[in-house]
Design a protein around this ligand. Structure first.
Ligand code: PMP
Ligand code: GLN
Length: 413
Protein backbone atom coordinates (compact mmCIF):
# COMPACT_ATOMS: atom_id res chain seq x y z
CA UNK A 1 0.00 0.00 0.00
CA UNK A 2 0.80 3.74 0.16
CA UNK A 3 3.81 4.41 2.45
CA UNK A 4 2.47 6.08 5.57
CA UNK A 5 5.70 7.83 6.49
CA UNK A 6 8.69 9.48 4.83
CA UNK A 7 11.05 7.00 3.21
CA UNK A 8 14.01 7.69 5.49
CA UNK A 9 11.89 6.93 8.52
CA UNK A 10 11.18 3.45 7.19
CA UNK A 11 14.74 2.20 7.13
CA UNK A 12 15.48 0.95 10.60
CA UNK A 13 12.21 -0.67 11.60
CA UNK A 14 11.98 -2.33 8.21
CA UNK A 15 15.52 -3.70 8.76
CA UNK A 16 14.25 -5.19 12.02
CA UNK A 17 11.25 -6.74 10.27
CA UNK A 18 13.37 -8.06 7.41
CA UNK A 19 16.09 -9.49 9.63
CA UNK A 20 13.53 -11.38 11.69
CA UNK A 21 11.71 -12.72 8.64
CA UNK A 22 8.58 -10.78 9.57
CA UNK A 23 8.41 -8.54 6.49
CA UNK A 24 5.60 -9.75 4.24
CA UNK A 25 5.62 -9.79 0.44
CA UNK A 26 3.32 -6.75 0.27
CA UNK A 27 5.55 -4.71 2.61
CA UNK A 28 3.56 -5.36 5.76
CA UNK A 29 4.96 -6.67 9.03
CA UNK A 30 3.78 -9.72 10.92
CA UNK A 31 3.92 -9.99 14.73
CA UNK A 32 6.51 -12.38 16.22
CA UNK A 33 5.88 -16.08 15.83
CA UNK A 34 5.01 -16.30 19.54
CA UNK A 35 2.36 -13.61 19.24
CA UNK A 36 1.00 -15.07 16.00
CA UNK A 37 0.68 -18.60 17.36
CA UNK A 38 -0.71 -17.58 20.77
CA UNK A 39 -3.37 -15.45 19.02
CA UNK A 40 -4.21 -18.35 16.70
CA UNK A 41 -4.41 -20.69 19.70
CA UNK A 42 -6.78 -18.31 21.50
CA UNK A 43 -8.96 -17.84 18.42
CA UNK A 44 -9.28 -21.58 17.82
CA UNK A 45 -9.52 -22.68 21.46
CA UNK A 46 -6.33 -24.69 20.97
CA UNK A 47 -4.05 -26.17 23.58
CA UNK A 48 -1.09 -23.80 23.38
CA UNK A 49 2.22 -25.66 23.21
CA UNK A 50 3.66 -22.74 21.20
CA UNK A 51 4.79 -19.72 23.23
CA UNK A 52 6.91 -20.80 26.20
CA UNK A 53 5.20 -19.71 29.41
CA UNK A 54 4.11 -21.86 32.37
CA UNK A 55 0.43 -22.49 32.97
CA UNK A 56 0.92 -22.25 36.72
CA UNK A 57 2.45 -19.25 38.47
CA UNK A 58 5.60 -19.26 40.56
CA UNK A 59 5.68 -19.56 44.39
CA UNK A 60 2.89 -17.80 46.30
CA UNK A 61 5.37 -16.41 48.80
CA UNK A 62 7.33 -14.66 46.04
CA UNK A 63 4.14 -13.15 44.65
CA UNK A 64 3.18 -12.09 48.18
CA UNK A 65 6.59 -10.40 48.55
CA UNK A 66 5.80 -8.17 45.55
CA UNK A 67 2.39 -7.32 47.00
CA UNK A 68 4.02 -6.50 50.32
CA UNK A 69 6.58 -4.32 48.55
CA UNK A 70 3.79 -2.35 46.87
CA UNK A 71 2.03 -1.90 50.22
CA UNK A 72 5.32 -0.82 51.81
CA UNK A 73 5.76 1.89 49.17
CA UNK A 74 8.12 0.47 46.54
CA UNK A 75 6.25 2.37 43.86
CA UNK A 76 8.61 5.08 42.62
CA UNK A 77 11.78 4.88 40.52
CA UNK A 78 14.26 2.52 42.10
CA UNK A 79 17.98 3.32 41.61
CA UNK A 80 19.02 2.95 37.95
CA UNK A 81 21.43 0.01 38.24
CA UNK A 82 19.37 -2.04 40.73
CA UNK A 83 18.27 -2.04 44.35
CA UNK A 84 21.15 -3.07 46.66
CA UNK A 85 19.22 -6.08 47.97
CA UNK A 86 18.83 -7.58 44.50
CA UNK A 87 22.36 -6.88 43.28
CA UNK A 88 23.66 -8.61 46.40
CA UNK A 89 21.29 -11.57 45.83
CA UNK A 90 22.48 -11.91 42.21
CA UNK A 91 26.14 -11.82 43.26
CA UNK A 92 25.46 -14.42 45.97
CA UNK A 93 23.64 -16.61 43.45
CA UNK A 94 26.66 -16.63 41.11
CA UNK A 95 28.99 -17.44 44.00
CA UNK A 96 26.80 -20.20 45.42
CA UNK A 97 26.03 -21.98 42.14
CA UNK A 98 29.16 -21.42 40.10
CA UNK A 99 31.89 -20.16 42.42
CA UNK A 100 31.98 -16.88 40.46
CA UNK A 101 33.09 -13.77 42.38
CA UNK A 102 30.95 -10.84 41.32
CA UNK A 103 31.22 -7.32 42.71
CA UNK A 104 27.61 -6.38 43.44
CA UNK A 105 28.38 -2.66 43.24
CA UNK A 106 29.92 -2.55 39.77
CA UNK A 107 29.42 -5.84 37.96
CA UNK A 108 25.63 -6.34 38.10
CA UNK A 109 22.90 -4.49 36.24
CA UNK A 110 19.20 -5.31 36.63
CA UNK A 111 17.21 -5.07 33.40
CA UNK A 112 13.66 -5.37 32.16
CA UNK A 113 13.95 -9.07 31.45
CA UNK A 114 16.77 -10.78 29.65
CA UNK A 115 15.35 -9.17 26.52
CA UNK A 116 16.43 -5.69 27.59
CA UNK A 117 19.81 -6.96 28.75
CA UNK A 118 20.37 -8.50 25.30
CA UNK A 119 19.21 -5.40 23.44
CA UNK A 120 21.19 -2.96 25.61
CA UNK A 121 24.37 -5.07 25.39
CA UNK A 122 24.14 -5.52 21.62
CA UNK A 123 23.31 -1.84 21.04
CA UNK A 124 26.18 -0.80 23.31
CA UNK A 125 28.87 -3.06 21.89
CA UNK A 126 28.51 -3.28 18.11
CA UNK A 127 27.57 -1.18 15.13
CA UNK A 128 27.79 -0.83 11.34
CA UNK A 129 30.74 -2.79 9.93
CA UNK A 130 30.76 -5.29 12.79
CA UNK A 131 29.73 -8.93 12.66
CA UNK A 132 27.75 -10.53 15.46
CA UNK A 133 28.02 -14.32 15.50
CA UNK A 134 25.21 -16.43 16.96
CA UNK A 135 24.30 -20.07 16.91
CA UNK A 136 21.36 -21.03 14.70
CA UNK A 137 18.54 -21.54 15.50
CA UNK A 138 18.64 -18.44 17.75
CA UNK A 139 16.13 -16.64 19.97
CA UNK A 140 14.32 -14.12 17.78
CA UNK A 141 15.29 -10.94 19.62
CA UNK A 142 19.00 -11.44 18.78
CA UNK A 143 18.42 -10.78 15.09
CA UNK A 144 16.27 -7.75 15.85
CA UNK A 145 18.82 -6.22 18.22
CA UNK A 146 21.67 -6.79 15.76
CA UNK A 147 19.60 -5.06 13.05
CA UNK A 148 18.84 -2.14 15.39
CA UNK A 149 22.57 -1.79 16.00
CA UNK A 150 23.18 -1.77 12.23
CA UNK A 151 25.62 -4.69 12.53
CA UNK A 152 25.68 -7.89 10.41
CA UNK A 153 24.31 -11.11 11.81
CA UNK A 154 26.40 -14.23 11.07
CA UNK A 155 24.54 -17.39 12.14
CA UNK A 156 26.34 -20.70 12.70
CA UNK A 157 23.89 -23.59 12.29
CA UNK A 158 23.97 -26.31 14.94
CA UNK A 159 24.71 -29.78 13.57
CA UNK A 160 22.10 -32.50 13.80
CA UNK A 161 23.97 -35.56 15.04
CA UNK A 162 23.21 -38.88 16.72
CA UNK A 163 23.61 -36.96 19.99
CA UNK A 164 21.05 -34.40 18.87
CA UNK A 165 21.91 -30.75 18.16
CA UNK A 166 25.61 -29.99 18.69
CA UNK A 167 27.96 -27.08 18.14
CA UNK A 168 29.68 -27.15 14.74
CA UNK A 169 33.15 -26.18 15.97
CA UNK A 170 34.68 -25.84 12.51
CA UNK A 171 31.82 -23.62 11.34
CA UNK A 172 32.18 -21.43 14.43
CA UNK A 173 35.93 -21.12 13.92
CA UNK A 174 35.32 -20.09 10.31
CA UNK A 175 32.59 -17.60 11.21
CA UNK A 176 34.55 -15.64 13.82
CA UNK A 177 36.98 -13.24 12.15
CA UNK A 178 38.60 -9.91 12.84
CA UNK A 179 35.29 -8.29 11.87
CA UNK A 180 33.52 -10.03 14.73
CA UNK A 181 32.57 -7.73 17.61
CA UNK A 182 30.41 -10.14 19.58
CA UNK A 183 29.49 -13.77 19.92
CA UNK A 184 25.99 -14.25 21.35
CA UNK A 185 25.52 -17.69 22.88
CA UNK A 186 22.50 -19.33 24.43
CA UNK A 187 22.75 -22.38 26.65
CA UNK A 188 20.56 -24.12 27.72
CA UNK A 189 19.37 -23.44 24.20
CA UNK A 190 15.98 -22.27 22.98
CA UNK A 191 14.52 -23.83 20.83
CA UNK A 192 16.54 -27.08 20.77
CA UNK A 193 17.01 -27.79 24.50
CA UNK A 194 20.72 -28.38 23.84
CA UNK A 195 23.11 -27.73 26.74
CA UNK A 196 26.64 -26.85 25.64
CA UNK A 197 29.21 -29.34 26.94
CA UNK A 198 32.46 -28.30 28.68
CA UNK A 199 34.31 -29.30 25.49
CA UNK A 200 32.10 -27.10 23.32
CA UNK A 201 32.48 -24.20 25.77
CA UNK A 202 36.24 -24.64 25.60
CA UNK A 203 36.16 -24.34 21.80
CA UNK A 204 34.08 -21.16 22.03
CA UNK A 205 36.34 -19.66 24.69
CA UNK A 206 39.40 -20.40 22.60
CA UNK A 207 37.90 -18.72 19.52
CA UNK A 208 36.83 -15.68 21.55
CA UNK A 209 40.26 -15.25 23.09
CA UNK A 210 42.07 -15.73 19.79
CA UNK A 211 40.04 -12.98 18.09
CA UNK A 212 39.69 -10.79 21.18
CA UNK A 213 35.90 -10.95 21.02
CA UNK A 214 33.34 -10.25 23.76
CA UNK A 215 30.84 -13.05 24.39
CA UNK A 216 27.29 -12.45 25.57
CA UNK A 217 25.78 -15.61 27.05
CA UNK A 218 22.04 -15.92 27.47
CA UNK A 219 21.54 -18.32 30.38
CA UNK A 220 17.86 -17.74 31.18
CA UNK A 221 17.27 -21.52 31.41
CA UNK A 222 20.32 -22.03 33.68
CA UNK A 223 18.32 -23.93 36.32
CA UNK A 224 16.13 -25.90 33.92
CA UNK A 225 18.62 -28.66 33.09
CA UNK A 226 17.65 -32.32 33.41
CA UNK A 227 19.16 -35.45 34.93
CA UNK A 228 22.82 -35.55 35.85
CA UNK A 229 23.77 -32.66 33.53
CA UNK A 230 24.68 -29.28 34.95
CA UNK A 231 24.78 -25.84 33.40
CA UNK A 232 28.24 -24.34 33.22
CA UNK A 233 28.52 -20.57 32.65
CA UNK A 234 31.12 -19.62 30.04
CA UNK A 235 32.47 -17.08 32.54
CA UNK A 236 33.83 -19.95 34.67
CA UNK A 237 36.35 -20.92 31.96
CA UNK A 238 39.96 -19.66 32.22
CA UNK A 239 40.30 -15.97 31.33
CA UNK A 240 36.68 -15.78 30.17
CA UNK A 241 35.11 -13.73 33.00
CA UNK A 242 37.00 -10.69 31.69
CA UNK A 243 35.38 -10.87 28.25
CA UNK A 244 31.95 -12.37 29.06
CA UNK A 245 28.61 -10.73 29.77
CA UNK A 246 26.31 -13.24 31.44
CA UNK A 247 22.58 -12.67 31.10
CA UNK A 248 19.82 -14.36 33.05
CA UNK A 249 16.31 -13.67 34.24
CA UNK A 250 13.89 -14.70 36.96
CA UNK A 251 11.13 -15.44 34.46
CA UNK A 252 11.99 -19.08 33.78
CA UNK A 253 13.61 -20.07 37.08
CA UNK A 254 10.63 -18.89 39.15
CA UNK A 255 7.72 -19.28 36.68
CA UNK A 256 7.15 -15.51 36.63
CA UNK A 257 7.70 -14.69 32.96
CA UNK A 258 5.47 -11.61 33.08
CA UNK A 259 7.50 -9.84 35.76
CA UNK A 260 10.40 -9.15 33.41
CA UNK A 261 13.20 -8.94 35.97
CA UNK A 262 16.48 -9.86 34.30
CA UNK A 263 20.12 -9.03 34.83
CA UNK A 264 23.51 -8.82 33.19
CA UNK A 265 26.80 -9.56 34.90
CA UNK A 266 30.32 -8.89 33.71
CA UNK A 267 33.48 -6.87 34.18
CA UNK A 268 32.94 -3.31 35.31
CA UNK A 269 33.83 -1.65 32.01
CA UNK A 270 31.44 -3.82 30.01
CA UNK A 271 28.57 -3.48 32.50
CA UNK A 272 29.07 0.25 32.54
CA UNK A 273 28.86 0.30 28.72
CA UNK A 274 25.60 -1.64 28.86
CA UNK A 275 24.23 0.63 31.59
CA UNK A 276 24.97 3.66 29.41
CA UNK A 277 22.39 2.32 26.94
CA UNK A 278 19.97 0.68 29.38
CA UNK A 279 19.43 3.89 31.31
CA UNK A 280 18.01 5.47 28.15
CA UNK A 281 15.91 2.50 27.14
CA UNK A 282 13.97 2.12 30.39
CA UNK A 283 16.06 4.02 32.97
CA UNK A 284 15.03 1.58 35.65
CA UNK A 285 13.07 -1.62 36.21
CA UNK A 286 9.99 -2.90 38.15
CA UNK A 287 10.36 -1.44 41.67
CA UNK A 288 8.18 -3.88 43.66
CA UNK A 289 9.40 -6.93 41.76
CA UNK A 290 13.06 -6.34 42.62
CA UNK A 291 12.82 -7.06 46.38
CA UNK A 292 10.56 -10.05 45.66
CA UNK A 293 13.09 -11.54 43.24
CA UNK A 294 15.91 -10.80 45.70
CA UNK A 295 14.07 -13.00 48.20
CA UNK A 296 13.35 -15.65 45.56
CA UNK A 297 17.00 -15.85 44.46
CA UNK A 298 18.10 -16.84 47.95
CA UNK A 299 15.93 -19.93 47.66
CA UNK A 300 16.96 -22.78 45.36
CA UNK A 301 14.09 -25.07 46.26
CA UNK A 302 11.59 -23.91 43.63
CA UNK A 303 13.93 -24.04 40.60
CA UNK A 304 15.19 -27.44 41.74
CA UNK A 305 11.65 -28.77 42.02
CA UNK A 306 10.74 -27.21 38.66
CA UNK A 307 13.69 -28.81 36.86
CA UNK A 308 12.75 -32.24 38.23
CA UNK A 309 9.12 -31.86 37.36
CA UNK A 310 9.90 -30.48 33.89
CA UNK A 311 12.09 -33.52 33.19
CA UNK A 312 9.07 -35.68 33.95
CA UNK A 313 6.81 -33.60 31.70
CA UNK A 314 9.46 -33.68 28.97
CA UNK A 315 9.37 -37.48 29.10
CA UNK A 316 5.58 -37.44 28.88
CA UNK A 317 5.56 -35.24 25.78
CA UNK A 318 8.51 -37.01 24.13
CA UNK A 319 6.75 -40.37 24.52
CA UNK A 320 3.52 -38.89 23.19
CA UNK A 321 5.14 -37.35 20.12
CA UNK A 322 7.04 -40.56 19.43
CA UNK A 323 3.80 -42.54 19.63
CA UNK A 324 2.64 -40.38 16.70
CA UNK A 325 5.56 -41.64 14.62
CA UNK A 326 7.58 -38.40 14.72
CA UNK A 327 11.34 -38.33 15.20
CA UNK A 328 11.97 -36.36 18.40
CA UNK A 329 15.17 -34.70 19.66
CA UNK A 330 15.22 -35.17 23.42
CA UNK A 331 16.21 -31.91 25.13
CA UNK A 332 18.67 -31.74 28.05
CA UNK A 333 17.11 -28.53 29.34
CA UNK A 334 14.64 -25.64 28.77
CA UNK A 335 10.88 -25.73 28.21
CA UNK A 336 11.05 -27.15 24.71
CA UNK A 337 11.23 -30.28 22.59
CA UNK A 338 11.70 -30.40 18.83
CA UNK A 339 9.98 -32.94 16.61
CA UNK A 340 10.58 -33.55 12.93
CA UNK A 341 7.17 -33.16 11.32
CA UNK A 342 8.32 -34.35 7.89
CA UNK A 343 6.35 -37.64 8.25
CA UNK A 344 3.17 -35.53 8.29
CA UNK A 345 4.00 -34.29 4.82
CA UNK A 346 3.30 -30.56 5.26
CA UNK A 347 5.19 -28.14 2.99
CA UNK A 348 7.08 -26.77 6.02
CA UNK A 349 7.00 -26.52 9.79
CA UNK A 350 5.58 -23.02 9.40
CA UNK A 351 2.75 -24.19 7.18
CA UNK A 352 2.02 -27.03 9.59
CA UNK A 353 1.99 -24.70 12.62
CA UNK A 354 -0.53 -22.45 10.88
CA UNK A 355 -2.79 -25.44 10.22
CA UNK A 356 -2.50 -27.37 13.50
CA UNK A 357 -4.55 -24.97 15.67
CA UNK A 358 -7.33 -24.85 13.11
CA UNK A 359 -7.35 -28.56 12.23
CA UNK A 360 -6.09 -30.29 15.38
CA UNK A 361 -6.64 -27.78 18.20
CA UNK A 362 -2.95 -27.69 19.14
CA UNK A 363 -0.50 -24.80 18.74
CA UNK A 364 3.28 -25.15 18.24
CA UNK A 365 6.08 -23.01 16.82
CA UNK A 366 8.17 -23.69 13.69
CA UNK A 367 11.95 -23.80 14.20
CA UNK A 368 12.39 -21.79 10.99
CA UNK A 369 11.26 -18.74 13.00
CA UNK A 370 14.58 -19.01 14.87
CA UNK A 371 16.66 -18.92 11.68
CA UNK A 372 17.86 -16.24 9.29
CA UNK A 373 15.18 -15.82 6.61
CA UNK A 374 17.32 -17.62 3.98
CA UNK A 375 18.82 -20.25 6.33
CA UNK A 376 15.86 -22.36 7.39
CA UNK A 377 16.74 -25.24 5.02
CA UNK A 378 18.00 -27.89 7.43
CA UNK A 379 15.43 -26.85 10.04
CA UNK A 380 12.47 -26.41 7.69
CA UNK A 381 10.37 -29.34 8.87
CA UNK A 382 11.14 -29.01 12.57
CA UNK A 383 8.49 -27.93 15.04
CA UNK A 384 8.95 -26.83 18.67
CA UNK A 385 6.50 -27.87 21.38
CA UNK A 386 6.65 -26.59 24.96
CA UNK A 387 6.10 -28.96 27.87
CA UNK A 388 5.82 -26.26 30.55
CA UNK A 389 2.11 -27.13 30.84
CA UNK A 390 0.24 -29.46 33.19
CA UNK A 391 0.13 -33.21 32.50
CA UNK A 392 -3.48 -33.11 31.44
CA UNK A 393 -2.83 -30.46 28.79
CA UNK A 394 0.15 -32.39 27.45
CA UNK A 395 -1.79 -35.67 27.24
CA UNK A 396 -4.82 -33.98 25.70
CA UNK A 397 -2.59 -32.31 23.08
CA UNK A 398 -1.06 -35.64 22.08
CA UNK A 399 -4.53 -37.16 21.89
CA UNK A 400 -5.76 -34.36 19.65
CA UNK A 401 -2.73 -34.73 17.39
CA UNK A 402 -3.26 -38.48 17.21
CA UNK A 403 -6.92 -38.01 16.27
CA UNK A 404 -6.00 -35.45 13.62
CA UNK A 405 -3.11 -37.48 12.17
CA UNK A 406 -5.43 -40.50 11.87
CA UNK A 407 -8.07 -38.59 9.96
CA UNK A 408 -8.39 -38.50 6.18
CA UNK A 409 -7.85 -34.75 5.83
CA UNK A 410 -4.53 -34.82 7.72
CA UNK A 411 -1.34 -35.11 5.68
CA UNK A 412 -0.43 -38.74 5.00
CA UNK A 413 1.83 -40.25 7.63
N1 PMP B 1 16.40 -15.60 25.91
C1 PMP B 1 15.79 -16.75 25.66
C2 PMP B 1 16.60 -17.87 25.10
C3 PMP B 1 14.44 -16.92 25.92
O1 PMP B 1 13.83 -18.07 25.66
C4 PMP B 1 13.71 -15.82 26.44
C5 PMP B 1 12.25 -15.87 26.68
N2 PMP B 1 11.60 -16.55 27.03
C6 PMP B 1 14.38 -14.63 26.69
C7 PMP B 1 15.71 -14.54 26.40
C8 PMP B 1 13.68 -13.43 27.24
O2 PMP B 1 13.63 -13.44 28.61
P1 PMP B 1 12.83 -12.34 29.43
O3 PMP B 1 11.39 -12.74 29.43
O4 PMP B 1 13.44 -12.35 30.78
O5 PMP B 1 13.01 -11.03 28.74
N1 GLN C 1 10.74 -17.05 25.20
C1 GLN C 1 9.42 -17.51 24.88
C2 GLN C 1 9.51 -18.63 23.86
O1 GLN C 1 10.54 -18.89 23.30
C3 GLN C 1 8.54 -16.47 24.28
C4 GLN C 1 8.71 -15.07 24.70
C5 GLN C 1 8.03 -14.17 23.72
O2 GLN C 1 6.88 -14.35 23.40
N2 GLN C 1 8.75 -13.24 23.20
O3 GLN C 1 8.49 -19.22 23.62
Amino acid sequence: GEPAMPHRSERRWRDVARSTGLLTEDGGVRPTIFTEMSALAARTGSLNLGQGFPDSDGPAWVRQAAIDAIRAGANQYPPGPRIPLLRRAIADHQQRHYGLQVDPDHEVLVTTGATEALAAAILALCGPGDDVVTLEPFYDSYAAAVALAGASHVAVPLRLTDEGFRLDSAALQAAVTDRTALIVLNSPHNPTGMVLTPTELTVIAEVARRHDVIVITDEVYEHLVFGALAHLPLATLPDMAERTLTISSSGKSYSLTGWKIGWIIGPRALVSAVQTVKQFLTFTTGAPFQPAIAAALANDEFPRWLAGDLARRRDLLVAGLRSLGLPVYVPDGTYFVIADAAPWGAASGLELCRRLPVEAGVAAVPVSAFCLPDHAGPFRDLVRFTFVKDDQTLSAAVQRLAGWAGRGDAPAS
